[in-house]
Every structure is written in C-alpha cells, then in structure tokens.
Design a protein around this ligand. Structure first.
Ligand code: PLP
Length: 325
C-alpha cells in the first residue's frame, strides 16, 4: 500500500485504482469497474444509475439494502422498494417477482429494477446457485427490467459451489462486491457492469461524495484481496462448519449446522440459559478475545475470516461450553 503508484482518481489518473477496476471487471465478466468506499455506496450508485425517482425496485424484504443501508435507495435515490418474502436460501419466488411487476397503470410506480444478493447474509450467507439467477434474468428480459446483484460476499458464494464467479454474474447487469469482509482488505468495494452503466454510476459516486483522490493506496490492498484471498475462502467455510457442528453439541445452544454453507454461523441461546445475548458475548470477549455480534434477543452471529483459524474455533467451543456449564 505504501509503495503503490498513485494519481488523482477523480481525473481517472490513479494507475493502481485503474488496475484494480480492470481486474475486478474481468473477474466478474463485465466491461468496467468502479472502486467505491463501501458496499453501501456501491449498491446505492448502482440503484441510482439503473432507476430514477419514482421507479420501483423489486427486492427481498431482508436483503442488506433494505435492512442495513439506512434506506438510501428511498432517502437519496427516490426509488420505491417493493419487498417480497424470501425462502430459506434468500430467494424471492419467480412467480412472486413476476406478480410484483407493475404494468402500464398510472397508479403504480413503474418497475425498473430487480435487486438480488449472493451469498445471502440474513440466511447464514447462503450461496445461491446460478440457475436461480438465470430464471430471474429470463423474467427481467421479458419485462425489460435491469438486474443488480449485491455480491458483498460473491466470492464466498462462488468458492462454496466450486464455480467461477462469472457463472453467477453472467445473469446480472451489475454487481458490487466487498474487498473487505472475507477478502481481507481494510476498506473498499467494486461495482462492475457495462461501460455505459459504469459511466452513469461514476457520476452518482461523485454526487454522493465518493470521488477519492490518491486512492491507489487503498486499491493496492484490493489487488491483494483479489489475487491472493479468493481461493482461501474455502478455509473460512471449513472453519465455520467446524464451529457450527461444535456449537450444536453444546447444551444451551441451538444451531442448524446444515444452514452454514459459507462463513456465517447464526446460533441461539436456549430460553433456559440464564444469560442475555449481550452478557454471553461480553464474556466470550473478556475470557478469550472472541468477538461475536448479538443479533436479536436470543440470536448471535459469528463470522470466520482470514484471522480465524481452527485453533481459534476450538478455543471458541471450549470457552462457550465453560460459560454455559
Ligand atoms: C457488508 C455488506 C454490504 C456492504 O456494507 P458496508 O457496510 O457498506 O461495507 C452490502 N451487502 C451485504 C450483503 C453485506 O454483507
């Protein structure tokens, strides 16, 4: 990062940013890429480049852009979300999508966009298979809609299925993925799509204040993320599976190891456990420097990554067992 060649990226003159954008686009099979400070900004820039104020986006009710992005699509984009239920993998039904598409009726916000996510965060990071996206694409094409994928953990979804990321992204017009998260860069995401789409998104990024100057120092870490961190995501998945199966054997914890297919483990404290989620997670932190997120009154989330190895998983299991015994 310290020795990366840099330039002014607002003028498109940062060679390291340009290299990152080109590599990212190639890895997802799109014409162009745009380096953005966060996944949230990548999704918002995509939504605003695809849809105008008053137009409708069809989305899963528990997708990240609905739950965790401060309502940006409506607050800043004026885009009207039409939320649909999702199944245990995070899929809206194809019939549901088709039924939600507004026809030529002046009462309704015109449908413009379908928003997808893979892997699906709220469903333990489920890696959805490409045939679902092919089916969504078919509906989108029939109604002339655009398709954006929040692929914050796209490479987890690809590695877990032992397929190329392009097997998934070939079915969408645009995709964002995070260089942080499992790929281990300190900051940044990339939005990819056609050259003309990325030109529109570039203007939105500027509008949102996301034009960065000598950003090559950050992009350099992004290049390491893409070149060296993708294949090893399989280790995170194996560690998450080890954690989920181990937790399943501890009295007081409820978990479905089958649901963990990538690097996210949701688990619950049984009702008779005399701890709140906050008490349990703060004891894990104090006793073994294990950091887990409290998700709801009985639910916690653990995520494995580059800095978590199999010994750490064992420590987690021992500590959790001791706290609950
Ligand atoms: C992390 C994440 C994002 C981006 O969130 P930021 O906080 O902006 O980095 C988007 N979608 C999903 C599914 C994510 O997990």
């Amino acid at each position: 990062m310290a020795t990366a060649p840099v330039g002014d990226d607002v003028y498109g003159e940062d060679p390291t940013v340009n290299k990152l954008q080109a590599l990212a686009a190639e890895m997802v099979g799109k014409e162009a890429g745009l380096f953005v400070p966060s996944g949230t900004m990548g999704n918002l820039a995509a939504i605003m480049a695809h849809a105008r104020q008053g137009e409708q986006a069809i989305v899963g009710y528990d997708t990240h852009a609905i739950s965790w992005e401060a309502g940006g699509m409506s607050a800043l984009g004026g885009v009207v979300p039409r939320t649909l239920p999702t199944d245990e993998q995070g899929r809206m039904s194809i019939a549901g999508i088709e039924g939600a598409i507004s026809g030529d009726d002046v009462h309704l916000p015109p449908s413009r966009l379908i928003l997808l996510e893979n892997s699906y965060g709220e469903k333990s990071g489920y890696p959805i298979a490409p045939d679902y996206f092919a089916a969504v694409r078919e509906v989108a094409d029939r109604y002339n809609l655009r398709v954006h994928m929040d692929g914050a953990r796209l490479f987890n979804a690809a590695v877990a299925q032992n397929i190329a990321a392009t097997a998934i992204t070939q079915h969408v017009d645009s995709v964002t993925f995070c260089l942080s998260k499992g790929l281990c860069a300190p900051v940044g995401s990339v939005l990819c799509g056609s050259a003309s789409f990325i030109r529109r998104a570039h203007r939105v990024r500027k509008l949102l204040g996301g034009g960065m100057r000598q950003a090559g120092a950050l992009a350099a870490a992004g290049l390491v993320a893409l070149e060296e961190m993708v294949e090893r995501l399989a280790d995170d998945h194996a560690n998450a599976q080890k954690l989920a199966s181990g937790l399943a054997e501890i009295p007081g914890i409820r978990v479905d190891p089958e649901a963990t297919r990538t690097n996210i483990v949701f688990f619950e404290l049984e009702d008779d456990v005399p701890f709140t989620v906050e008490e349990f997670s703060s004891r894990l932190r104090q006793e073994a420097n294990i950091w887990v997120g409290g998700y709801s009154s009985r639910r916690l989330r653990a995520v494995t990554h580059y800095w978590v190895n199999a010994d750490h998983v064992n420590l987690f299991l021992q500590t959790a067992r001791a706290i609950l015994s």
